[in-house]
Unconditional design. Structure first.
Length: 431
């Protein structure tokens, strides 16, 4: 379903033709920059009383002369849809956001039936996302409960969220098992199930093939330094924040079906939210991934050289310890991960953008949705500017969240090894 309307910008009084495609989310906050003055215009669609549609406006108001219907010529035109990237250009009858999205999927599918199945699966994922978004506050409370002392209350509230019988065990391995069930359910729409399953299956095989005494030394060092529990806490605290990005992540989730197919890129935009409210989330996720790489490096060294602190010589020298590795900048860490067992995603690490965000050397144009950032900003000489569009940033944010989630499976496996193997081994030996 679509609604055509004309709105007037409250700042410059420009009339703008809008075609609004309907999502299945009950409340649909849509926004775009005025094509003339750049002011942020917001239209919220409420379908809670369907088939009637309710609209509210901020920064603009509906034009009284032509509230709905077909468009004439002369006004700027925008397509709006919460779930799909929307193409720029003039109004063309019938080229709704949904039909244009389906056409893109069909071009990258074997046939029409396969394309329909993909769109059906995407709709089901959005249905789950809608449900989890409404439970976002509950998920935040569960994460806080897990991090607190009352694990019994966590088990109780988690069982209610999971709609399963309560696991009354307060053993750390059982509390963690509940935590990961909560994560799997709440964040399913954002993750790739097969990737997590593959890592969870590979980790026990990897660890079983290592020198067990050296592996135990590695696990003990992670525990004694509080590195692993602190990293685990900081990682899971980031999960609920992805719900703040739920609206503009929808088009990025859609592009999972098309972005790796080698198709021609067309100018597209997102119909919701502002980059400036989300940029710090990317920076914080990359910071956690940076620390998670210490675990990857330790296991890699154990696999290749028999010791967690044993690095391959680089440029005539080698690092003396994991502690030295942890002190390296993210850009300098990769060269020490030789023939790495973990397949790091090259699409995650835009270090120039990360640095620009950290030092606030960044600009955003609401109307064009273009991000301009300066990786070397802050120096006396004029900085070199780089650009990316908001939709590309949202894909980057989604990829980084998935990488953090995949590396969380590495942490999970190390924790289970500590609880189920290491602790039992040394408690029974009396050491």
């Amino acid at each position: 379903m679509n609604t055509n309307m004309v709105v007037t910008c409250s700042t410059c009084e420009q009339d703008i033709d809008c075609r609004i495609g309907y999502s299945n989310r009950t409340v649909q906050p849509l926004s775009f920059g005025c094509p003339v003055c750049g002011s942020l215009l917001e239209i919220t669609l409420d379908i809670s009383c369907a088939p009637q549609s309710g609209f509210s406006f901020k920064g603009c108001q509906p034009c009284e002369d032509r509230a709905q219907g077909s468009f004439g010529s002369g006004n700027p035109f925008v397509n709006l849809h919460l779930d799909f990237p929307v193409r720029e250009g003039g109004y063309r009858m019938g080229e709704t956001p949904y039909l244009m999205a389906f056409e893109e999927v069909e071009k990258n599918s074997e046939d029409h039936v396969v394309a329909q199945r993909k769109m059906h699966d995407f709709t089901m994922k959005l249905d789950i996302l809608n449900e989890m978004h409404e439970k976002a506050d509950e998920v935040r409370r569960l994460i806080n409960l897990y991090s607190g002392k009352n694990k019994q209350l966590f088990q109780l509230r988690a069982s209610q969220f999971l709609e399963k019988p309560e696991n009354k065990s307060l053993l750390p391995q059982d509390v963690n098992a509940t935590l990961y069930l909560v994560i799997a359910k709440a964040f399913f729409p954002f993750t790739v199930f097969g990737q997590g399953k593959e890592i969870s299956s590979a980790m026990p095989r990897l660890m079983n093939g290592l020198d067990q005494d050296k592996l135990d030394e590695f696990v003990l060092s992670l525990e004694q330094s509080s590195f692993l529990p602190t990293l685990h806490r900081d990682c899971i605290k980031l999960y609920p924040r992805i719900f703040y990005a739920e609206l503009p992540l929808r088009p990025a989730l859609f592009l999972d079906m098309t972005r790796h197919a080698g198709t021609e890129k067309v100018a597209t935009k997102i119909s919701s939210q502002d980059f400036l409210t989300l940029k710090d989330l990317y920076k914080d996720i990359i910071e956690v991934v940076n620390r998670q790489l210490v675990l990857v490096a330790g296991l890699n060294n154990l696999q290749h050289r028999g010791g967690a602190d044993s690095f391959k010589a680089i440029d005539g020298g080698s690092l003396s310890s994991l502690r030295k590795f942890s002190e390296k900048t993210l850009s300098n860490k990769f060269k020490y991960l030789d023939d790495c067992w973990f397949n790091l995603s090259g699409e995650v690490f835009n270090l120039g953008l990360r640095n620009a965000i950290a030092h606030n050397n960044i600009d955003y144009d609401v109307s064009s949705q273009v991000i301009t950032y300066y990786p070397e900003g802050g120096r006396l000489e004029e900085p070199i500017a780089r650009k990316m569009v908001f939709l590309d940033f949202m894909q980057l944010l989604l990829d980084s969240f998935r990488e953090m989630h995949n590396l969380n499976h590495v942490m999970k496996s190390i924790l289970y090894y500590k609880y189920l193997v290491y602790d039992r081994r040394y408690s029974s030996s009396g050491d």
